[in-house]
Design a protein. Structure first.
Length: 499
């Protein structure tokens, strides 16, 4: 019987923000964070800080009540370690220290009040942990502040913080969108930190900007509901932000059921800030990230070797260990397809290679499902997986490769409609990979030790799969048929050879 995978203790983050107070519990402190619990309370701590200098008393009461529940939830879930942070409202309000003292007594852990530059840095690290090789400007819009910071791969430059969070801007403008527009325009126009983003990507972080993305997904009919990595061309995002701002001015956003009621009044301010960010930065694309300060905080505490790991492959490896019949077989499949790519001279970029490796690790996670539905169910599982470091197009490619592994290539096994959003070259590549999986899993029964006993050979336009003598009894007509299908997809004839 398969032994359960031993995992490290869980870790929790209590995030006391200017708008929401949140508890997130992750399965373990590791490169690929898996959320096991996530709850927020929209308290509005920062709604009056700019005008009164104080955290509102009713918001304080609501936040302390939420923290009592969070402490109890951590106890019930036996969370191994809890980190607690507080952001703009608590660092700016004169009664912030008193509130933090009460909060620490309730939470039973010290609460770190982040400075603006620290908040910017953690936001950037969150994006680095959740997006493969980011290159652009990270903007984290909270309730009390907007953090802006330049990221290039794993390099983080100095960041700035501005009092343009949705609640803070609403407070500064006395709830006037017209006044808020002037404030945002003056603060963001000509800002060097934004001008450095010209022609690059703007990474939008924060709950209210995610709410804007949700509205765009619904209105555009986009078929994939995953928020992380959702990308909009900058010109389209600018037009969308302008339209939302105009609708907000006429209270037409007040009844959007897809957005929490307490967040709806802030949508216009968030849209306005996004509009002027795009105007000032002139990025090519706006990408929304669900990875932010909390994930960046934990990422910063990982050993350097763990931080250097590929987030996608770490997530795929975790699913492989939890759901596959043999984790080792999936790793052998990576080596086996590496050899196939070399022998047939299949060109692939670095990103195509890592997607192929991820698909190998995920190729057997559907074995417990009903045979008639493994293809589409595994496709959906990968497509909507709670992991980062992969684009939406990458999700579709990886899911499609494993779909072909289960469903085959019969006419009645047509791939899901979302497949058509991929370039034809990527669909063809997914077919090749799926065909390779069908051969590999058939000859090995997903058990380790078999694939290393086979190798590929070419002669003229013929591709041969050679079995070592000790494995020749695994050869059968069905194996030969599937291998010929794979060979045809790479433009060769195919045959099985017994050594």
């Amino acid at each position: 019987m398969k032994r359960p995978v031993k995992r490290a203790a869980s870790v929790g983050v209590i995030d006391i923000g200017s708008n929401s107070v949140r508890l997130v519990v992750y399965q373990a402190m590791e490169r690929s964070l898996v959320t096991v619990f996530n709850e927020k309370a929209l308290c509005g701590l920062g709604r009056e800080v700019q005008s009164t200098g104080l955290l509102a008393s009713d918001a304080v009461d609501k936040a302390l009540m939420a923290l009592r529940r969070f402490r109890a939830l951590c106890r019930v879930q036996k969370v191994g370690r809890v980190h607690a942070i507080a952001t703009a409202a608590c660092r700016d309000a004169s009664n912030g220290p008193d509130f933090i003292a009460q909060a620490e007594r309730i939470c039973g852990v010290p609460i770190e009040i982040l400075t603006g530059p620290e908040e910017a840095r953690y936001s950037a690290l969150g994006v680095i942990s959740g997006i493969h090789k980011p290159d652009g400007i990270v903007g984290d819009l909270g309730g009390g502040s907007l953090e802006l910071i330049d990221v290039r791969g794993h390099q983080v430059r100095s960041g700035i913080t501005l009092p343009l969070g949705s609640l803070a801007l609403q407070d500064l403008a006395a709830k006037s969108l017209k006044s808020a527009e002037r404030i945002a325009r003056d603060a963001l126009t000509g800002l060097p930190q934004l001008e450095a983003g010209r022609g690059r990507i703007f990474y939008a972080v924060g709950g209210t900007w995610r709410a804007l993305a949700r509205i765009h997904i619904i209105q555009s009919g986009y078929p994939l509901g995953v928020m992380h990595g959702y990308a909009i061309p900058a010109a389209e995002a600018l037009d969308f932000a302008r339209r939302l701002r105009r609708l907000a001015a006429t209270d037409m956003l007040a009844d959007i059921e897809a957005i929490a009621e307490a967040r709806r009044p802030l949508l216009g301010y968030a849209a306005l800030v996004l509009e002027y960010v795009i105007r000032a930065a002139s990025p090519k694309t706006v990408v929304f990230s669900t990875f932010g300060v909390r994930e960046g905080l934990l990422y910063s505490k990982l050993p350097e070797a763990e931080r250097a790991k590929d987030g996608l492959l770490s997530a795929a490896q975790t699913l492989n260990e939890l759901l596959s019949r043999s984790a080792q077989h999936a790793r052998e499949l990576i080596d086996w397809t590496d050899r196939l790519v070399r022998v047939v001279h299949l060109r692939e970029t670095e990103d195509e290679r890592r997607l192929r490796h991820a698909a190998c690790l995920l190729s057997d996670i559907g074995w417990r499902m009903h045979p008639d539905h493994r293809g589409e169910q595994t496709y959906d599982l990968i497509l909507n997986g709670n992991f980062g470091a992969i684009s939406h197009q990458g999700r579709i490619f990886t899911a499609l490769s494993v779909f072909f592994r289960y469903a085959g290539f019969r006419e009645e096994s047509a791939p899901p409609a979302l497949t058509q959003t991929l370039p034809q070259a990527q669909i063809d590549r997914a077919r090749v990979l799926g065909a390779a999986f069908r051969v590999a899993h058939l000859i090995s029964a997903a058990r380790p030790g078999v694939l290393p006993a086979t190798h590929f050979r070419t002669q003229d336009r013929k591709l041969m799969l050679v079995f070592e003598h000790r494995m020749v009894d695994l050869v059968a007509d069905r194996v030969g048929g599937r291998f010929k299908q794979l060979a045809r997809l790479v433009g060769r004839s195919g045959s099985i050879v017994r050594s």
